[in-house]
Design a protein around this ligand. Structure first.
Ligand SMILES: [Zn+2]
Length: 281
């Protein structure tokens, strides 16, 4: 958000109101959890998903021992942890959005003498509509994560059938799989799935939060915004990311040449998308 420079005094007044509203949201988020650096976000997601995979594993095994079939057991376990999983993603997004807003140029805000007229309801990110939108997208990310879990367990069942495992051995394999999702195989230097999710979701949350903030400004106060794909500009930048940067400033609603709406383009992408009011230099 560093390049956000409103063109006219009227634009500045409108922008200030949005920022006041979003700053209130910032305070709410800070109460939820203290996350400061990228590493904090990753650690928080990693620890949360370790806990979630442990719970899922315990639940599945308990149900299998009680004679429940594997599909039902797995669905029950995923349902049991769904609320908690969505809440982890939501927490990270809310704090990230707060940081995105905080990156507005403070200097410009402090120089304006604006009478406080109260915050329009629609600007408040804790309003039901905005939260519903966030929750729906977070739920979709959890559905994707759960889908991978289902596929991994399905592979084990297929293998068990092929090799004629006893039900005890199948049960043990499933237990091992959840343990690997939670803690990996440290002695073999295999990272846990919780850790990979932490890295991916931190990058996703960062890109999502910045875009969400720009969308709020454009939609709620009808101020057209532009975006720019900023690479690290070193010799490790991939071709696709370079093409996105070469496109220059584009409209907020347009897609970059790679077909992406925002960063990250892929899990290891180091790019950042910048936003500004349309026409600002
Ligand atoms: Zn990139």
């Amino acid at each position: 958000m560093a390049n956000l420079i409103p063109a006219t005094i009227n634009d500045r007044l409108r922008l200030k109101k949005v920022i006041q509203a979003l700053s209130k949201f910032l305070k709410d988020s800070d109460r939820i959890v203290q996350l400061q650096t990228k590493y904090d976000f990753e650690r928080y997601i990693d620890a949360s998903f370790k806990r979630i995979f442990d719970k899922q594993g315990e639940s599945v095994i308990r149900q299998l021992n009680a004679g429940t079939d594997i599909d039902t057991a797995l669905n029950n376990a995923l349902k049991l942890t769904e609320k908690e999983s969505v809440s982890v993603i939501l927490t990270v997004w809310r704090v990230m959005i707060a940081y995105a807003i905080d990156k507005f140029p403070k200097q410009f805000l402090e120089s304006e003498q604006v009478e406080h007229e109260g915050i329009p309801e629609s600007f408040r990110l804790d309003n039901p509509k905005a939260m519903q939108r966030l929750r729906a997208v977070a739920a979709k990310r959890i559905t994707k994560i759960n889908q991978v879990t289902k596929e991994r367990i399905k592979e084990i069942i297929v293998e068990a059938k092929d090799k004629g495992y006893s039900s005890d051995k199948l049960s043990k394999s499933i237990q091992d799989e959840f343990a690997q999702m939670s803690i990996g195989k440290p002695q073999l230097h295999i990272q846990s799935r919780a850790h990979l999710i932490a890295i991916t979701e931190t990058a996703e949350a960062y890109g999502y939060a910045n875009k969400f903030s720009a969308d709020e400004i454009q939609d709620e106060i009808n101020m057209p915004m532009e975006k720019f794909w900023q690479t690290q500009e070193d010799d490790r930048v991939s071709e696709g990311c370079q093409e996105n940067q070469d496109a220059g400033w584009i409209d907020l609603n347009e897609l970059f040449p790679s077909g992406h709406d925002r960063e990250p383009r892929f899990p290891g992408c180091r790019c950042t998308v910048l936003y500004r009011v349309a026409g600002a230099e």
